[in-house]
Design a protein around this ligand. Structure first.
Ligand code: RB5
Length: 144
């Protein structure tokens, strides 16, 4: 189960990503918005809560640039959000950072690129090993 959310600036790309999830048989919970003007920190909070509670395995967040919503998501304990606008970073944030939330910019990339990013993000396993120590250190920063 995937949690997905966007603000108004990410809404049309979110609709494309949802179509793609449906066509791929991937279940999701849509945490808003429905196209109305809203504040991306509220959407980040609502979507990430589904991940930290365990209801959803991963999250997808979209705003205009992807920046504001990723900044917001990374303030939430337990979240490792990665802003990815290309295939390579989406792949390596799973392999090396064990990212649990993917952020994208609806005003930056198109549906085709987003589909490739989502596919590699959802299908790549964390490598562990030396990367586990580094991820543990990231999570340790939550308590500073
Ligand atoms: C909304 O206009 C825009 O500021 C927002 O979607 C995002 O790009 C912020 O980082």
């Amino acid at each position: 189960m995937i949690a997905i959310g966007s603000d108004h600036a990410g809404y049309s790309l979110k609709c494309e990503v949802i179509k793609f999830l449906e066509n791929s048989g991937i279940e999701y919970i849509d945490c808003g918005c429905n196209g109305e003007s809203c504040d991306y920190p509220d959407i980040a909070e609502k979507t990430c809560e589904k991940v930290t509670s365990g209801e959803c395995e991963k999250g997808i967040l979209i705003c205009g640039t992807g920046i504001g919503i990723s900044m917001s998501a990374n303030k939430i304990k337990g979240i490792r959000a990665a802003l990815c606008q290309d295939y390579y970073t989406a792949k390596y944030t799973r392999l090396h950072n064990d990212a649990n939330v993917l952020c994208m910019g609806g005003r930056v990339i198109g549906a085709g690129t987003a589909e490739e990013i989502v596919t590699v993000f959802l299908n790549t396993e964390f490598e562990g090993g030396r990367h586990q120590r580094r991820v543990d250190k990231i999570m340790g920063l939550e308590n500073k």
